[in-house]
Design a protein around this ligand. Sequence first.
Ligand code: ATP
Ligand code: PLP
Ligand code: MG
Ligand code: MG
Length: 294
Amino acid sequence: VKQPPHVLSVQSHVVSGYVGNKSATFPLQLLGFEVDPINSVQLTNHTGYKCVKGQVLDSNDLGELMVGLRENDLDHYSHLLTGYAGSASFLKTIAKLVTDLKKKNPSLIYVCDPVMGDNGKMYVPNELLEIYRDDIIPLADIVTPNQFELELLTGRKVNNITNVQEAIKELHAKGPQTVVISSTEIDKNLTTVASTLKDGVMIKLEIPRLPAAFTGSGDLFAALFLAHSHLQGSIKPALEKTVNTLYEVLKKTHEYSKGPHEDSAQSAKKIELRLIESKKVIENPGTELVAEIL
Ligand code: ATP
Ligand code: PLP
Ligand code: MG
Ligand code: MG
């Protein structure tokens, strides 16, 4: 029997709600992936709530988990997915993790979401930028920066599709075969752009903007793109499945957010991703949004 694809996913865990591993694991499992989550933090909830409590996994803790997996010969993965990392030492240990896992499986696909910030603001320490740029990005097979992260990594401001294409080429030159910009705001719609060196294809897909701000959607994007690029084998259907799934999940989330809630419900809680209610869509995404070759 053929083994299913097996993902090691190093991301945040929240007790309540859906970001990081909580937004990545269930969709990956539904799509047939074995998922081993390492929780880089364990927090009560994401940072958009009035209070956050919890613990942070430090780089020594991560190193210890790697030793345990190796000692038991459990460190054979087809994919590694990483998201939010809060410190320089943790990110450097991730670089070592990638190198070690690729020694075990030279065809391992590393999907890196270089989470640093959004809308012109960094929400991780500044020193993480050069570690991503110089140590992590060169090891990645697929990177999924948003517009701001693309600008940070390349040192180029982007405000139209030509700039985005140039910046993507510059990112390819640092190593990754596939670059996907999860969202850019160069238009009235949100634009995602994907590019692969495999067949030299660059595509864009326009997403109508829903009138709400979601959390965990970037993490869901990276997980879905990992899954669909494995299942589809080329970027156009992979991006289309990813974005159509997200669009349906977010529409459902937005609808539910307007429904009746307990008086005490915080606005952050009302807009938590409705992943469980989206089970069918995740398994079988629609075809409404279509990508265009650039
Ligand atoms: P990250 O910060 O994780 O690198 P990001 O900033 O691009 O990524 P989002 O802004 O959440 O993360 O965008 C990810 C995807 O979520 C987009 O490609 C889009 O499909 C969807 N999305 C997010 N917000 C909206 C919205 N308001 N309307 C429609 N789609 C949205
Ligand atoms: N991880 C944690 C702990 C967060 O608090 C957040 C956002 O608040 C995220 C990840 C990022 O979520 P997104 O997928 O929207 O970028
Ligand atoms: Mg964003
Ligand atoms: Mg994110």
